[in-house]
Design a protein around this ligand. Sequence first.
Ligand code: SF4
Length: 496
Amino acid sequence: MSQGSGTTHPTSETFDRNARQALLDPQLRSALRNLATTFGERRRAAMATVDDWEGLRERARAVKDETLAHLDRYLESFADNAERAGARVHWARDAAEACDIVLRLLRDGRATRVVKSKSMATEEIHLNASLEAAGLAPVETDLGEWIIQLARETPSHIVVPAIHKSKRQIAELFAEKLGIELTDDVAVLTGAARRSLRRRFAEADAGISGVNFGVAETGTILILENEGNARLTTSLPRLHVAVMGIEKVVPRLADLDVFLKLLPRSGTGQRLTAYQSLITGTKRRWVDEGPEELHIVLLDNGRSRMLAHPVTRQSLACIRCGACLNACPVYQQVGGHAYGSVYPGPIGAVITPQLIGIGKAAQLPYASSLCGACREVCPVKIDIPELLLHLRAEVVEGTASGTATQRGPVKPRRWEWLAFRAYAFAWSRPALYEWGARILRVVQRPAVRDGRIGRVGGLLARLVPPLGAWTAWRDARPLAARSFREQWRDGLSAGE
Ligand code: SF4
């Protein structure tokens, strides 16, 4: 999928090739190592500052489940209350419709200079490419997003979009694009960015933002950020357009309490983000802060389809904290661009096939070891492994109903089919299973070193192709000397 900036990017269809490429990039690997350790430690420290983390997760999930069960009602109430407060609400079925609405609003408002704050929804619909094609050039104002925009790249992480770039690469980019001296002084680099962006804010006719949460009972939108750029984007220009996925609505203002505790801690390991902008309608008096016009574009783009199925529905509980990316052993190795999607990592492997069609992203549900680390860290308890298995079944059975691209059933390879038949045959006959385990215990002996079969293991792990692929990168546990059944029988006879 080319993501519309004029450059070609890896696509979701070729995850395996993209991943192999990424594994050869030492700079990327080192950036990702830092990400996993730094964010993991910060997250754990921030979690320790609340008494009942598990209770918070339960409450957040309950709010999400309640909202999704009555999404139509809460969306209508959000739209009514937002309009009552002075906003205009627009409904977009898909990406094209959403881009058309934003473009029309900018044209109607005679806006030619546009600033934009970080928003995954606008990345998802490739809004910048659409606006650029129409002759408008929105300027990203989040530092990470701005770096990516200058480099004509796409984000590689939901929360830290330029995580794949080193300080040196950013310094070279600034020297080339801003004409400053090459320096690795972070204060000089951020100072240059600040000067350039301040001017853009001052000149802007319109600001475009995303939305973290929309409150049904008041029509309020909440935007969380750390740089103050979202607040400037939404308050300085006379026109503000907010693009909001329909799943972002929560019933009550009081519900924000639990999400404000969970999201910053899970995302960046902060107790709270530096800025929380709660926006209810337009400004009332000319002396007030805020835009004269506020438009909220409610985006479906495949979300109703996810809502319709009891398993895929939980995808819509995601609050885009990015914790599952940081915890995922696959993301930690290959980074975000390998997924070929604006949503990388475990949640990307789940959302992307549902957004663009399983046929265009059939490899993504397999981009996981199913270790469950994503489920463990997810603040809203999304069972990502369950979703991945559900999507794998759709890939195999060709049952991706309603998605943009469908494919027929995937025919298993002959050896795969035979292996699974043999496995099922043995596992459904206890005596055969027990004898098979005994034989394997003998066969594995040459491969076991220090209680492990692995890279420093023996011939078996190296030479037998399926086992060799597994142990080329990690150790495996050998079968125990006595099986559970044997130990159980021993225990029974000892007790008699
Ligand atoms: S799936 Fe969970 S952990 Fe991953 S981004 Fe969404 S909320 Fe965060």
